[in-house]
Design a binder for this molecule. Structure first.
Ligand code: FRU
Length: 489
């Protein structure tokens, strides 16, 4: 039977061959990460290792509709330009024959350790497994696998997505699980990364935060400990919007003491976010820019799923978590245009006649002190006949920032948004990233982010400003085209 390294190498070969065939299509992003071919979901094992950002991801290399999961792998020096690396993990053993599901990476004594969920059997059993590499590229599965062979008594059969970290010389692990319809996080500790002792349930949903938590992340941000979870069974959705909870981890009691819960993003295409520590001073987040069950028109071109842009996470003095585009993305900019002092009124249109594009960054600053409009914003990816458009709108009376993708083209529709404190604002900044089949909107310096996939026709490239019920003054508006994250390909 071929060993793991051979199976992973075979998968890499298939991926590379198929990538050639499906190179050009109208939906493939230019600066967002996608799988060369096939299916992508969660980001995994994000680690800054030997001066480079490593990103692994859930991959099915043979079918854009999904299937048994592998770990794809990329790396970057600057978070803007990426390089695909060989497939890191492939199902090869009795304990992961059903897939290598999500997990985490840590560096220890110069080696890279991947902790992942092995799925096997019917009904499927989920266990925690370990793969180790000394070059950061080729991974050997550990003979002690599974290192966590069964869910804890206080958990359920859903028990997955290990997050591992070091605190005061001791390794800790959180696993997402559930009990009697309530999401839980199980906590373990280890001295050697191989033998794990169950400590108890560190955090449980109060009944309103989900029936199961997937993909936990854990880190320190300023004076707080932060846990991220992606909830199943919340708000009438199968997968809810990922949550961040700030508080303190009591390592002696093995309990997380929650203080404040927040939504990380308000859009429909954001799930399973994870973070990097950049090795110096920043916490950087990336999420799967998609959700289970969404329409994925790119499947006709041989791929599905993408990552969001990298976002820097900060904690404001009032306890709010903000996510802002990583400044490294400015390296992709070219062809800058600037408009200064535009008065946008309800009777007008064509305020930005020269602006066309589907891979762009836009920063627009609106003056709210003399604003008489009730609602204003931007229309993007507009078709020449005006039938297609995606609308980013701010309602000054309610403070709601929304994206309406009901006329965006193929794929799912709907309007999604988040609340800003309008009365606090003299100016509103909208920071927007468009990339072929996606739109990410950051309002008021990352207080609200809204992420969605959109699938407009290739010739829907127009952009405009609009105002309803009065006038809004645009102080300035800057746009850049953005180049490829994969300049070598
Ligand atoms: C989240 C998730 C994880 C699981 C993985 C499987 O999107 O369901 O819980 O490990 O995807 O691909």
């Amino acid at each position: 039977m071929p060993d793991h390294v051979e199976i992973a190498a075979e998968a890499t070969k298939r991926l590379t061959e198929k990538q050639q065939r499906f190179r050009k299509d109208p939906y493939r992003p230019t600066y967002h990460i996608t799988a060369p071919y096939g299916w992508m979901n969660d980001p995994n094992g994000m680690i800054h290792y030997r001066g480079e950002y490593h990103l692994f991801y859930q991959l099915h290399p043979d079918d854009p509709a999904g299937g048994t999961k592998y770990w794809g792998h990329l790396k970057s020096r600057d978070l803007a330009h990426w390089e695909h690396l060989p497939v890191a993990l492939a199902p090869s053993e009795p304990y992961d024959a059903g897939g290598c599901w999500s997990g985490t990476a840590v560096a220890h004594q110069g080696k890279l350790y991947l902790f992942y969920t092995g799925v096997a059997g019917d009904p499927p059993v989920q266990t925690v497994n370990l793969a180790v590499s000394s070059d950061g590229i080729r991974f050997e599965k550990h003979p002690a696998n599974p290192v966590v062979p069964a869910p804890p008594l206080e958990g359920g059969l859903d028990c997955r997505d290990p997050k591992v970290w070091l605190h005061n010389g001791i390794w800790y692990m959180l696993l997402g699980t559930a009990h009697k319809g309530r999401a839980r996080l199980a906590l373990y500790r280890s001295l050697d990364l191989i033998h794990w002792i169950y400590l108890g349930i560190a955090l449980e949903s109060d009944g309103t935060k989900g029936a199961m938590w997937e993909c936990p992340d854990f880190f320190r941000l300023g004076e707080k400990d932060v846990i991220l979870v992606s909830p199943i069974g919340i708000g009438g959705e199968i997968q809810g919007s990922p949550l961040a909870v700030t508080g303190q981890m009591d390592y002696t009691a093995g309990k997380f003491l929650p203080e404040r819960w927040q939504l990380l993003d308000h859009g429909p295409s954001f799930y399973a976010p994870q973070t990097w520590w950049d090795g110096q001073h920043r916490r950087i987040l990336m999420g799967w820019m998609e959700k289970w069950g969404a329409a994925m028109p790119s499947q006709q071109y041989g791929w599905a799923g993408a990552m969001t842009i990298p976002r820097v996470m900060d904690l404001l003095p009032d306890g709010t978590i903000v996510l802002q585009p990583a400044p490294e993305l400015t390296r992709l900019r070219y062809q800058h245009c600037r408009w200064v002092g535009l008065n946008v009124h309800p009777e007008g249109s064509g305020f930005l006649p020269e602006l066309q594009g589907d891979a762009m960054e836009i920063i627009a600053t609106f003056d709210l002190t003399n604003c008489t409009a009730d609602r204003f914003g931007m229309k993007l990816r507009c078709s020449p006949d005006s039938r297609q458009e995606t609308v980013v709108a701010f309602d000054r009376t309610t403070g709601l920032l929304e994206v309406d993708r009901s006329r965006s083209g193929a794929g799912d529709g709907g309007t999604y948004g988040g609340q800003l404190k309008a009365s606090r604002l003299n100016r509103l900044q909208l920071h927007i990233f468009l990339d072929r089949s996606s739109l990410e909107v950051f309002g008021d310096h990352g207080r609200v982010s809204i992420t969605q996939r959109i699938y407009p026709s290739p010739d829907s490239l127009g952009a405009d400003l609009f105002a309803e019920g009065g006038t809004v003054h645009v102080v300035h508006l800057d746009t850049w085209r953005l180049g490829s994250a994969f300049p070598e390909e």
